[in-house]
Design a protein around this ligand. Structure first.
Ligand SMILES: [Zn+2]
Length: 174
């Protein structure tokens, strides 16, 4: 075997190794997002969304929550609440957030904020932090104001970022 061939095969080996590495589990990172926090404060006051007195923090997950998850509203459990004093964490897939236009970011964020449901106990006055569900893909108020085009935009954006099949596109969560 000549030296040239040996070199070539070790390069191939390295390329294969790198490819395998990339296909392995993705390391995900939480990044606090000031831009999202600021935008959320605007939305809460302009759209009069009732989240009081919930403490909310906003993060992007890099590169994504999962390829098929655009965003998520997470209610903190007892432990997370004890350590962070937060009631909710709104997570958005980072690569998607970067790729979306400002208008669509805003609607996606409003969608997540509307998952927040704060109830007060009549007798004790205690606050109860819950999640509101939507039976269609979106909340009625957002649909009547913005239509459903923004959902198509989010889908298209994720689909082009991650080369999705139509079946995977149908599975996108937010
Ligand atoms: Zn939702």
């Amino acid at each position: 075997m000549s030296a040239d061939i040996k070199e070539l095969s070790s390069v191939d080996f390295l390329d294969n190794y790198r490819e395998k590495k990339q296909k392995g589990p993705v390391k995900r990172e939480f990044v606090l997002c000031e831009e999202m926090k600021f935008m959320a404060q605007e939305i809460i006051s302009e759209e009069k969304i009732d989240v009081h007195p919930a403490k909310i923090e906003y993060v992007t997950i890099e590169p994504n929550i999962s390829k098929s998850t655009a965003a998520k509203c997470v209610k903190t459990g007892k432990e997370l609440k004890f350590f962070s004093n937060l009631d909710y964490v709104i997570e958005v897939s980072g690569e998607l957030w970067t790729a979306l236009d400002k208008e669509t970011r805003r609607i996606l964020l409003e969608h997540e904020l509307r998952h927040i449901l704060v109830l007060q106990n009549d007798k004790t006055g205690d606050w109860n932090f819950k999640l509101r569900k939507h039976d269609i893909q979106d909340f009625g108020r957002i649909v009547s104001k913005n239509g459903v085009d923004w959902i198509k935009k989010v889908r298209l954006c994720l689909s082009s970022l991650y080369d999705m099949t139509p079946a995977e596109e149908d599975n996108i969560q937010m």
